[in-house]
Design a protein. Structure first.
Lengths: 425, 311
């Protein structure tokens, strides 16, 4: 009597189901927005999505090490709603509104593009929705306006340029007469170079700018720029290229000897270092936009995260994956702090925000402090090193770490002013 | 000849949306407002398409309208929504008038590619302008209506009501224009330009006028989009934005001035549904629906309505 059996099973299941669901809280809905298509998907968007999937699954299964062992956020399971970050700002603002008002998510975590972060922040404020940016780099967000509902759990791009300048100054022991840049001609490339140039002028007074090349984004061919930079004979060459452009640059600049003639800094070099291991000679300065990937500290959280990620996806997590994990864990820390202040009951958005402001939390990349941007913008330490091929495997050597307050401006000071005033604290 | 029912239909749609807008959820109000802004641009493209001209660079005027509105707020603190829209329309119309002398000489693929080239020049210029935030763009001040800012709960409805009114007036005027001899010249130019010239009409002049109207409408749409979204960036001038407008034009069809707005709304709904149900493959849903429309409704969505009326 197959049918009767099924009926009995179904009825038994129905009888127990309410009891089971009473034991746990209603799930929390999180909108996760990251690039799933387009050029930024493969280096940033998809690794970040993978990190989000792992984090949600592991948090719901209480498999994350301390201090994040509690299920989901404060005992409530997480439900992830994924949205593609592609398309113009109009589309992203529309989809953010849909997440907040149609799908009624409890919070939104996402955004790789600085333009999207700038566009979404005022909307988050208008709709009073807790929104956590995990990756976007521009310092403009909390410099131009102050927000109540918006947080960013990764350092701004200023840290990458300042850290790179500090590192090469140390590496070359003051023997830097001229610098050059090869950066993409759009906001990220322009800002990265402006900060690097200003930092170098502060750190090594009298340094000359040999040339600043600004090729078009996704140009693919950089032989003219490489010729100019080779001819300029700069001691240090700075590049904030990423993904396809970065790989093309490495493949084109390598055979022409640029890496031998000058000390080349690749601020996002980490995303390409494993794939192009045999094309990157030893001694190229590799950045990871913070203490991520090869620069992540050796602690239990990091060992767990990098192993879980590598086991599932076959590649180690890159910095975008680390930043996503960092954003989710930071939000969890804030949420649970608010929950315990609220007598163990689910906190309101306002309570979660109060707990998030000026919070210090642990992530796989170490300590994160939400201390600038009036307590809404994180600062972290950063690290740089040089490439070194060990038995066919790419590693970083000569690693130097820079504490958070050394490479990030103090609260209330604009990044550009802070650099121009000689990094005054 | 049957009575012209378009003005009455337009007025009924305006009324219906003004009334129902008060009860619709907030996110739909935003969706409809953005669709109206895009619909204005597509209305201009429709005028050009009736002459057989496809502009692959209409985003130029969309972007000019948006930046004109944004700059007015940034430099002078202007926030009145009608001032911003008029400024966007005037700026785009002026650039369209100047460029029209060049573009009205060209037809078919040459017209399309030249218009694309001009829009990409603006994109390139804006990307190089770090003072305006380069590719990150900048915020547009919250707009006001006659010096007042509506209560938070009514902002979306007010913006929608203004957009509806503007779109209604634009659609009505374009409808009137298409009924004039100059407007009716469009299909004649498309069919046989030499014959038009023999009849004593100037095809170049007619196209120039249509080009300026299309530019002004795109500028109006851009300014409306800027005040609605609250953020503008150079991507508004990028070729993919122009492509989206062409996509909507084909989806909508050129049968009536209501079609562009219908097309923009359907496009917006398909896109947002696709984003929601298949975040990894939403482009396929969007592309598939365009294919379906092309195969089954070669004259666009509007042929659904025209077919029924004829029966």
């Amino acid at each position: 009597m197959y049918f009767v059996d099924r009926l009995v099973i179904a009825m038994t299941a129905a009888a127990f189901a309410p009891a089971a669901s009473l034991a746990q809280e209603a799930p929390l809905k999180i909108g996760v927005v990251t690039f799933l298509s387009g050029p930024a998907a493969s280096p940033f968007g998809v690794p970040a999505r993978n990190a989000a999937e792992i984090m949600v699954e592991m948090l719901n299964g209480t498999k994350v090490p301390a201090p994040y062992a509690a299920r989901g956020f404060g005992g409530a399971a997480l439900q992830m709603q994924l949205v593609d970050e592609s398309g113009p700002a109009t589309t992203q603002v529309t989809e953010f509104r849909n997440l907040a008002q149609r799908d009624n998510v409890d919070m939104v975590i996402g955004y790789v593009s600085s333009g999207n972060c700038l566009a979404v922040a005022p909307v988050a404020e208008e709709l009073k929705k807790l929104t956590v940016f995990f990756d976007c780099g521009t310092p403009r967000i909390f410099e131009e306006k102050s927000y109540k509902y918006v947080f960013r759990t990764a350092s701004t791009a200023t840290m990458d340029s300042v850290g790179a300048a500090l590192y090469v100054k140390e590496l070359k022991a003051g023997k830097i007469k001229s610098i050059a840049g090869v950066n993409q001609n759009y906001a990220w490339g322009q800002d990265s170079w402006v900060d690097f140039e200003a930092s170098m002028k502060q750190l090594t007074p009298g340094v000359q700018v040999a040339t600043s090349q600004m090729p078009k984004l996704f140009a693919g061919q950089y032989n003219a720029e490489i010729s100019t930079v080779l001819g300029a004979k700069a001691d240090v060459v700075h590049s904030s290229f990423w993904d396809g452009d970065l790989e093309a640059f490495i493949l084109q600049a390598g055979p022409r000897g640029l890496f031998k003639r000058s000390t080349v800094i690749l601020t996002t070099g980490e995303t390409a270092m494993y794939k192009l291991a045999e094309h990157i000679p030893d001694g190229v300065v590799i950045g990871a936009r913070g203490p991520y990937g090869p620069y992540a500290p050796d602690n239990e959280l990091n060992r767990w995260f990098s192993k879980t990620f590598a086991d599932r996806y076959g590649v180690p997590p890159n910095y975008a994956a680390y930043q996503m994990a960092q954003a989710i864990l930071g939000t969890k820390a804030a949420w649970e702090k608010a929950q315990s202040a609220n007598g163990g009951n689910r906190p309101s958005t306002d309570q979660a925000i109060a707990a998030f402001e000026r919070l210090t939390f642990e992530s796989p990349a170490g300590k994160v402090e939400m201390v600038i941007g009036a307590g809404h913008q994180a600062i972290t330490e950063t690290a740089y090193g040089v490439s070194k091929l060990v038995k066919g495997k790419m590693t970083v050597a000569n690693v130097k770490r820079y504490p958070a307050t050394m490479v990030n401006p103090p609260d209330g000071v604009k990044a550009a002013d802070w650099i121009a005033n000689g990094f005054k604290k | 000849m049957s009575r012209d029912r378009t003005p009455r239909t337009l007025a009924l749609i305006l009324l219906a949306l003004l009334v129902s807008g008060q009860f619709l959820p907030q996110w739909t109000l935003f969706l409809v407002t953005v669709a109206l802004a895009k619909g204005l641009v597509v209305l201009g493209l429709m005028i050009l398409l009736r002459c057989g001209l496809v502009s692959f660079g209409q985003a130029l005027y969309y972007c000019i309208g948006a930046y004109a509105a944004g700059m007015l707020g940034r430099l002078f603190g202007a926030s009145d929504v009608f001032t911003l829209m008029l400024a966007g329309m005037a700026a785009a119309g002026l650039v369209g008038f100047v460029l029209g002398f060049l573009l009205a000489r060209y037809r078919s693929i040459f017209f399309g590619l030249l218009s694309l080239a001009v829009s990409m020049i603006l994109y390139g210029l804006l990307v190089k302008t770090e003072a305006l935030g380069s590719t990150d763009g900048f915020h547009v001040l919250p707009s006001t209506l006659f010096g007042l800012r509506p209560a938070d709960a009514w902002v979306r409805y007010t913006v929608l009501a203004v957009a509806l009114l503007v779109a209604f007036i634009a659609a009505l005027l374009v409808h009137r224009y298409l009924g004039t001899p100059l407007g009716r010249l469009a299909s004649a130019i498309k069919d046989n330009e030499i014959r038009v010239e023999y009849m004593g009409a100037s095809a170049r002049h007619a196209i120039h006028v249509k080009y300026v109207i299309a530019a002004a409408l795109a500028g109006l749409g851009g300014a409306l989009a800027a005040t609605t979204v609250g953020h503008i960036d150079p991507e508004m001038a990028y070729w993919t934005t122009s492509g989206e407008f062409i996509f909507i034009t084909i989806l909508a069809g050129t049968g009536n001035v209501i079609a562009p707005f219908l097309g923009a709304l359907v496009f917006g709904v398909i896109q947002t549904v696709a984003f929601g149900i298949s975040p990894n493959t939403w482009q396929m849903v969007l592309g598939g629906s365009l294919l379906v429309v092309i195969v089954f409704l070669p004259n666009g969505l509007w042929s659904l309505f025209r077919g029924r009326k004829a029966a």
